[in-house]
Design a protein around this ligand. Structure first.
Ligand code: GDP
Ligand code: GDP
Length: 439
């Protein structure tokens, strides 16, 4: 099952950040250094009992005037409805119910997504007992009383959140149809590509029965093979997100689309060249173990000579240095240039992402690798690699048994990874290694 996404919405000052930080603990991802991108936390990983999920804080830059409040709230709710599996609506017991709380509740109710109502700042349960009841008026079911500051009430509240996770499982998630996300910075051509795909004569588009009510995903058949393009609804009807919220929205969309996908198509703008922002986006997909195809888009719009393609290939590998495994193609979402090549590359990456290698041949490779390039040693003790086996796919993950973990340096691990790639390819997919000690 793909990682579930929980979005937090609510008025300013109700305690969204405090709750977010409590849930995220140390594992907060700060998206920094990207020009124009807000520096606060936007998403984080949460581990709760057996559940791992991603939380996103939809609240961005707060409105400076009260009359902008409703627009701001509406935008948060729209982002949450579009991207999340479960929405947490935070209200404040100390201020009680406000007009905008009612408005947001209305929007959320109409979206037919699971909503958990979270009444924050209940620092004293006895004192606030009756105040909490007031929130039933929102028509969102039972209010869960918590105190983010004291971290109380979180157990029942989170149990309620995770109880909704299966509802969205849907048919497509269970099936073997590969799930593809088209990602990239604003204006790179994501909507154009999706619209082009849907308009192609060889593509058959159908809505997916039994998934989400809003049909945010699209089933596409190309040359007789099926693909699910995730989160396409927002792209097809191009959201009307306000300028101030755009960067934040774009990151939230990227993270949530990646979580729902097996494979990403990362679009790069040929006109602008490869940028740090592309590297950030690529990094999220890489970190999450997704397969990737890098597609340089708007290839129709630039002047080219016989060296242009080579230069772009080099730029991509330099800037997206951890993703050199990804195949690179040059397309135009506008003219449809090399759309069939895109599907060919997707097919290859889908296969490699799920590839299993037999233990026997794997250990032949390990044996040859260690014979050719002796493992490192430290203070007279030499690293020994005993045995290697593949434990999972999507992405391919290997366990290597060694005598002493501390001797396994990054560079030697990289060397083993390269030997494994030389032998088996794994084009387009990250591969993971787990190092275990065996005495
Ligand atoms: P946000 O704007 O919704 O992200 O709200 P913040 O997390 O920034 O919190 C706003 C204010 O409420 C801060 O002063 C917090 O310390 C306070 N606050 C947050 N959670 C609680 C709580 O559980 N109890 C109390 N008493 N105050 C809280
Ligand atoms: P998104 O924000 O990533 O969804 O980007 P859009 O699909 O909205 O595209 C942004 C702009 O780039 C629009 O003006 C498109 O017409 C243009 N565009 C997208 N793909 C191409 C392409 O392949 N070639 C050219 N010349 N323009 C493109």
């Amino acid at each position: 099952m793909s990682r579930q996404v929980v979005a937090i919405v609510g008025r300013p000052n109700v305690g969204k950040s405090t709750l977010f930080n409590k849930l995220a603990g140390e594992k907060i991802s700060i998206v920094e250094d990207t020009p124009g991108v807000t520096r606060d936390r936007i998403y984080a990983d949460v581990d709760w009992l057996n559940y791992n999920f991603t939380i996103i804080d939809t609240g961005g830059i707060e409105p400076s005037t009260d009359d902008k409040m409703l627009t701001y709230m509406r935008q948060q709710a729209e982002i949450a409805i579009e991207t999340a599996n479960v929405i947490v609506f935070v209200v404040d017991v100390k201020t009680g119910l406000t007009d905008s709380d009612y408005q947001v509740a209305d929007m959320l109710r109409r979206a037919h997504k699971p909503v958990v109502l979270c009444v924050n700042k209940v620092d004293n349960r006895e004192k606030f007992q009756y105040d909490v009841f007031e929130f039933y008026n929102l028509g969102l079911g039972e209010p869960y009383a918590i105190s983010s500051i004291q971290a109380t009430g979180l157990g029942d509240f989170l149990d309620e959140v995770v109880s909704h996770f299966d509802e969205e499982g849907g048919v497509a998630e269970e099936s073997d149809i590969p799930r593809i996300a088209v990602i990239g910075k604003p204006n790179v051509g994501k909507s154009s590509l999706i619209n082009k795909l849907l308009g192609e004569q060889r593509v058959i588009v159908s809505d997916i029965a039994g998934t989400t009510r809003d049909a945010v995903d699209t089933l596409v058949t190309f040359d007789g093979k099926e693909y699910v393009f995730v989160d396409t609804a927002g792209l097809r009807r191009k959201n009307k997100i306000e300028k101030e919220g755009l960067e934040r929205y774009s990151i939230i969309r990227t993270v949530t689309a990646i979580e729902k996908a097996d494979i990403v198509v990362l679009l790069i703008d040929a006109v602008e060249g490869v940028t740090e922002q592309d590297a950030k986006i690529a990094g999220i997909a890489h970190e999450r173990g997704k397969g990737a195809v890098v597609a340089v888009n708007k290839w129709d719009a630039i002047e080219k000579d016989d060296k242009t393609m080579y230069k772009y290939l080099q730029d991509v590998d330099t800037t997206l240095s951890y993703m050199t495994y990804a195949p690179k193609i040059f397309i135009s979402a506008k003219t449809g240039l090399r759309i069939n090549r895109l599907f060919e590359n997707l097919d290859m990456v889908i296969q490699n992402h799920a590839l299993r290698v037999a233990t026997g041949v794997l250990n032949d490779v390990l044996y040859d690798a260690t014979a050719m390039n002796q493992p490192p040693s430290d203070k007279g003790k030499r690293l020994k690699l005993y045995y290697m086996t593949q434990v999972s796919v999507k992405p391919p993950t290997f366990v290597i048994f060694v005598n002493d973990k501390t001797l396994m340096h990054f560079s030697y691990k990289r060397y083993i990874e390269n030997r494994v790639r030389d032998a088996f390819g794994f084009k387009g997919t990250p591969i993971h290694f787990i190092i275990r000690e065996r005495k």
